[in-house]
Design a protein around this ligand. Sequence first.
Ligand code: SF4
Length: 441
Amino acid sequence: MPTAIEIFKHLPKKNCGECKHPTCLAFAMQLANQKAKLEDCPYVSDAGKQALAASSAPPIRLVKVGTGKATLEMGDETELYRHDKKFFHPVRYSIIVPDTLAENDVVSRVQKANAMRFERVGQIMALDMVCVRNDSKDTARFVATVEKVSSSTELPIILASEDPAAIKAACLRISAKVPLISAATKANLTEMAAVAKEFKCPLVVRESNLNDLADMVAKVKLAGIEDIVLDFAPGTLKELIEKSTVIRKLSVKKTFRGLGYPLLVNAPAGNRGVTMGLISTMKYGSIVVFEELLPQMAIPLFVLRQNIYTDPQVPIQVKPGLYPIGNPTEDSPILFTTNFSLTYFTVLGDIDKSKVPVWLQVVDCEGLSVLTAFAAGKLTSEGVVHDMDRSGARTKSKKNVLIIPGMVARMSPKLAELTGMKIVVGPKESSGLPKMLKSLE
Ligand code: SF4
């Protein structure tokens, strides 16, 4: 969003008050804070509206691939560094399905892609896209593979070929799914842009020289394509970091808007591909297309992505409440922890290991871990009792035993006083829970 002064330059400066603000400057300030709408001023010229629309456009265009629930959004980022605010649209991972594979192998590869899902701290981490690549250079074979993939997955599809005729033939079958077309090159730019325009599909523009890439993007835009993804085809890891950083800097600092689009990176097989995936996850890929992605490679990528694309100011939380772990009864103890997701799932795993049934009271601490919450005054004896009363913990468990984290042993006297329960101080580390819980039996 432009600043109030930038907006003010484009206002009529009549100070007539018809926008319900006393002066044009006051109106500009409200606009900059997104508390007013430009339409409220009836006197802004068309040129002014155009200039304001252009300057308020996101520095990196939001591009959508796929339809319905399977739609993936990418781009629309505003920050160079995650800690300045947050990154909004996670990098998407795709695997390749070459059209040279036998039909059974195509289905098997897509099924593996569909099944590539893991759960971590209550969130599902999964593969996002499937890229069908025209290695055979045979249009009929490419189209048959595209149709087979399309009928085997709900995941959005990337159509990878430099042959506009092959892309057009595939789009005739699946354009309703809004696939991403990859790629327009210097050799096919006009024809590929025409196909993307005809089928209203987003288009990848590929070129390693950034000046030439910007020229190509301008031509594609002139041809009527707005939804563009850039592939700057990095030859080395250094180039990957340098060019993706240059493009992000130019875009978010608004010094050059011509490359303000999501980035696609093709990652080769093996460790180099994983390294490119990791770098692109950090700086500043929107799609990484992997030649291969084994589960042991995917998990670290997914975890890195999850960490980078969470809001640094909002911890991942679980819902506060009482959780029965391992079919607890009235004779089972109550154990409490905080609602920081990582803490909850670690404690949950360790209780599971013990095989001892427990009522797990998750206390609302605004998503902070035990020691941080205690130090910040968010974890108090009164809060624990309040949440236990609210969840009915003491009506479910008659054992009259409350196990508390070892880190907050000093809460024992107050909790004993407030609840009349026997307070058992648990281990300082959750990993000590299995041994400790077994010893209670
Ligand atoms: S209506 Fe327009 S010209 Fe009048 S004060 Fe508001 S911004 Fe200024």
